[in-house]
Write a protein that binds this ligand. Structure first.
Ligand SMILES: [Fe+2]
Length: 295
């Protein structure tokens, strides 16, 4: 009997894990602001594509899902590629998606640890980052690497912070020194709605001291396995039950939205933790925040 039950159980578990790890959802957040913005502003955030062809059609269906949200613009919050991928830029799933997105939307791109690693390790990845950067810029995508840009008609400023690699180290959580973010990016402009792209949410405390209105992060892939009511299991830095694995958080003046990511790398498993497109609406209407509604 046991020879039937155990294989049957393994098959059921295999099907369950496969189904949980496949596909994606759209998660919606509505955030209130007192800042002067024209009506409502709606945008899509995609994080941690890791060069995945999510919909197995050169990301065509994924692009249609983004378009269905009718965003004003699109934000890429890092790790669109994976540093150990040996593909040429133009053969990549990241190329397919970014080409489609930039053909219809203004796209803003904050770097993740994988892009930074490619850029900083010239010996291991000779010429790869400059090829990648010129391709992305050639599409008209704005890379925000330790700089900011204004969306004047929406009174929004977007900052992209390249978190120094020492703050990604495994096993230790080293605090970003006080004042370093402001030294890098300049003070936030209080008259504008300020969005900070900071790839890992592990330093939310330091980001909240910089005091933008909103921080957008990813990196943790939702913690791989989600425990309802507790959160994600593990971070890429190998810390268990990271505080900000996914979802909406608030500290001081600052909201934080963390994406579960849209792609996969290394461990292609997700349980109770669907890949996601994040749609964020910012409004002056005071009906309160809406968190992570799935649609
Ligand atoms: Fe990352």
């Amino acid at each position: 009997m046991i020879y039937i039950i155990i294989p049957a159980l393994l098959i059921v578990i295999g099907i369950f894990v496969y189904k949980e790890s496949s596909g994606y959802r759209t998660s919606e957040y509505v955030l209130h602001t007192d800042k002067e913005i024209p009506g409502t502003v709606r945008f899509v955030m995609l994080s941690d594509l890791h060069d995945t062809d999510v919909t197995h059609d050169k990301n065509a269906k994924l692009f249609e899902s983004v378009a269905a949200a009718e965003p004003d613009f699109v934000i890429l919050s890092g790790d669109m590629v994976t540093s150990y991928t040996e593909k040429k830029v133009r053969d990549s799933a990241a190329f397919d998606l970014m080409s489609k997105l930039s053909g219809r939307y203004k796209v803003y791109y904050g770097l993740g640890n994988h892009e930074q690693r490619i850029r900083e390790d010239e010996r291991r990845f000779p010429g790869k980052y400059s090829e990648y950067e010129s391709f992305v810029k050639g599409l008209g995508i704005e890379i925000l690497s330790d700089t900011y840009t204004d969306i004047a008609d929406k009174n929004i400023r977007i900052y992209g912070y390249d978190i120094p690699m020492e703050f990604y180290k495994r096993g230790v959580r080293k605090r970003i020194p006080e004042g370093l973010i402001e030294q890098t990016l300049g003070a936030v402009d209080e008259r504008k709605y300020n969005i900070l792209l900071a790839h890992t949410p592990d330093h939310f405390e330091e980001y909240s001291e910089y005091a933008p209105d909103l921080v957008l992060s990813g990196h943790l892939h939702g913690g791989i396995i989600g425990f309802p009511g507790i959160g994600g299991l593990i971070s890429p830095q190998l810390s268990l039950f990271p505080e900000h694995a996914a979802g909406h958080f608030h500290k001081g003046k600052t909201d934080l939205v963390v994406s579960r990511g849209i792609g996969w790398h290394s461990i292609p498993i997700r349980i109770f933790n669907k890949a996601e497109i994040v749609v964020i609406t910012i409004t002056q209407e005071s009906r309160g925040n809406t968190d992570g509604n799935q649609c």
